[in-house]
Design a protein around this ligand. Structure first.
Ligand code: ZN
Length: 398
């Protein structure tokens, strides 16, 4: 549930209670919060690995994969490799698995440590199981479980639906929509980018997700503006789904423009090794160059002008920025307002609060906005955002 007061943060905001049921069986992964299974192909590798990171899964995998053992700080450290993944586990003097660790590839953090601590072992009808489970990814807690009941072999039947078996990873597609002379909205997936043409170069606003998305977005840009280099990549904020493709543009020689708080974070994160899933920048190493600003940055050249504003106090992310094209009266924004498709479920309180805040901020900045180019969803007139921002959330969620 959304806590009150509402927290900042990524992921889809929601109203009411959200239940997640995430499954994996063999090579198939899917989500099934309701009756119909939704394939989750991209999650398969991690979900398989998560089984081997549990105490009982770890012991089974160690037995089957020629594990080695050595003395470590908290007991005996048992290690094995599964494909490209190394898995280590600590077994204490009571013969309990107290910790497992591995590394998963992440577009921002590279080979990202995944550490899980198990404590408070209790005997549940003959099965010893930890009552406290904490998992950290990249050093931050992502899961904190208190276990109150354990049942061994409860007869779970997992049948993989035909739709899940037949599902294929969707191809990366990039569509382009001309918004004004020299301004294109690049969509076709879950995240958008905006391409702006200057007299001697081009500017890309946002490179989301990962290398694959970035490569497809850059390809589209080269088709639209074949003769000019992408000189600048503007990054709106540091949430991983909006920052995972920045490195690709660095490898292509673009300078990154972002709010000043983001630079030290990216520089630190990008130092990590990337052996599990090498990206373009790790294969063609290059020092990233940044232009940073505190409140505002203006890019102006021969009649084309683009303004970047830090949204101070933003509800969604502290270091987020918006981009405004004054001549075209276009506002590019991420996550504070995502136009809802027809018949969409009601907007959650977190999304609504972010839209209200951004709407007020745009007025405070005195920006004359006609069109919203959102980095999720589709292009809409500013009046659509205005309507959401000035409607009570209670009536939106009915
Ligand atoms: Zn975000």
């Amino acid at each position: 549930m959304e806590p009150s007061p509402i927290r900042k943060g990524g992921a889809g905001p929601f109203a009411g209670e959200q239940k997640q049921v995430n499954l994996v069986s063999g090579q198939y992964a899917w989500n099934q919060p309701g009756n119909s299974p939704q394939p989750a192909i991209a999650a398969t590798e991690e979900r398989q690995l998560q089984i081997w990171l549990t105490p009982h899964g770890f012991l089974k995998a160690a037995l089957e994969n020629n594990a080695t053992a050595k003395k470590g700080s908290g007991g005996t450290v048992v290690s094995f490799t599964l494909g490209k993944f190394q898995v280590n586990g600590t077994i204490d003097s009571q013969n309990m698995v107290t910790r497992t660790e591995t590394w998963l590839p992440n577009p921002v953090l590279g080979d990202m440590p995944v550490e899980t601590d198990y404590s408070g072992y209790k005997d549940f009808n003959g099965v010893k199981f930890p009552t406290a489970i904490v998992q950290k990814q990249g050093g931050f807690p992502v899961l904190n479980l208190s276990v109150t009941d354990v049942r061994a072999n409860p007869g779970l039947v997992l049948s993989v639906a035909a739709a899940v078996q037949a599902a294929k990873a969707p191809p990366v597609t990039v569509t382009s929509e001309k918004m004004a002379d020299g301004v294109w909205f690049l969509a076709g997936g879950t995240h958008n980018s905006v391409l702006v043409e200057f007299p001697d170069y081009a500017v890309m606003i946002e490179s989301p997700l990962n290398d694959a998305r970035a490569a497809a977005v850059l390809d589209q840009a080269r088709k639209l503006i074949p003769e000019k280099p992408i000189k600048y990549l503007i990054n709106t904020h540091n949430h991983f789904d909006h920052a995972g493709g920045i490195r690709y543009f660095v490898a292509e020689g673009a300078t990154v423009i972002t709010q000043q708080a983001n630079k030290p974070f990216y520089e630190q994160a990008w130092k990590a090794p990337r052996a599990l899933d090498p990206d373009r920048l790790s294969k063609n190493p290059k020092k990233a160059s940044f232009i940073t600003f505190k409140d505002k940055y203006v890019l102006s050249d021969a009649g084309r002008s683009l303004e970047i504003y830090h949204v101070d106090g933003d509800n969604h992310n502290a270091d987020i920025s918006i981009v405004y094209l004054p001549k075209e009266k276009i506002l590019v924004e991420a996550d504070d307002f995502t136009p809802a498709p027809p018949n969409a479920p009601p907007t959650g309180p977190r999304a609504h609060a972010a839209t209200v805040f951004l709407y007020g901020y745009v007025q405070k900045l005195n920006l004359d906005v006609h069109t919203i180019a959102p980095l999720h969803g589709f292009v809409v007139p500013f009046s659509v955002m205005q309507k959401v921002a000035t409607t009570e959330v209670s009536s939106l969620s009915r």
